[in-house]
Design a protein around this ligand. Structure first.
Ligand code: ATP
Length: 137
């Protein structure tokens, strides 16, 4: 089967650059799965799980959002943050949920509210993916 090259980059550096059979991504309009032959695409992604399909294996990451571009056999993900499911610090994410919920209720203006809401989405995505990973393990 033809393969795709997946490049996953954050401001901190390259997280992944590898051949994969497919990748599922949380776009702002719903999850998409990119397989070889997918049409060209540039869409935003939201906080959530990235599932990488490889021969006989799956790899799970969590992202806080960004963009995905599909051109030919190359899938480029430019993410604000991305962590492998196994490296998520779950208690840190749970603390971040509590902090963001408090900041959201105390927000003095729209900007503070939006910042808190975004932090909450990031932290909830981390908790969700870490919880799923524990269940799968
Ligand atoms: P916190 O308040 O816990 O720092 P945050 O949402 O402000 O969370 P981000 O700005 O999204 O954190 O990320 C900052 C860096 O820390 C990124 O490199 C991200 O991958 C990493 N990171 C954030 N939360 C976690 C976590 N729970 N487990 C592992 N890495 C994390």
């Amino acid at each position: 089967m033809a393969e795709l090259t997946l490049e996953l980059v954050t401001p901190e550096g390259t997280v992944l650059s590898e051949e994969v059979e497919g990748v599922s991504l949380p776009t702002t309009t719903g999850e998409i799965t990119v397989l070889p032959g997918h049409e060209p695409l540039v869409v935003p992604i939201k906080p959530g799980e990235i599932r990488i399909h490889k021969k006989g294996a799956r790899e799970y990451l969590v992202t806080s959002g960004g963009w995905v571009e599909v051109t030919g056999a190359i899938v480029r993900v430019l993410a604000d943050t991305a962590e492998h499911a196994e490296s998520i610090d779950e208690s840190r994410a749970q603390e971040a949920v509590k902090r963001a919920q408090k900041l959201k209720t105390e927000a003095a203006d729209d900007v503070a509210f939006a910042d808190a809401a975004a932090a909450l989405e990031r932290a909830l995505a981390r908790v969700r993916v870490a919880t799923k990973r524990r269940r799968r393990a």
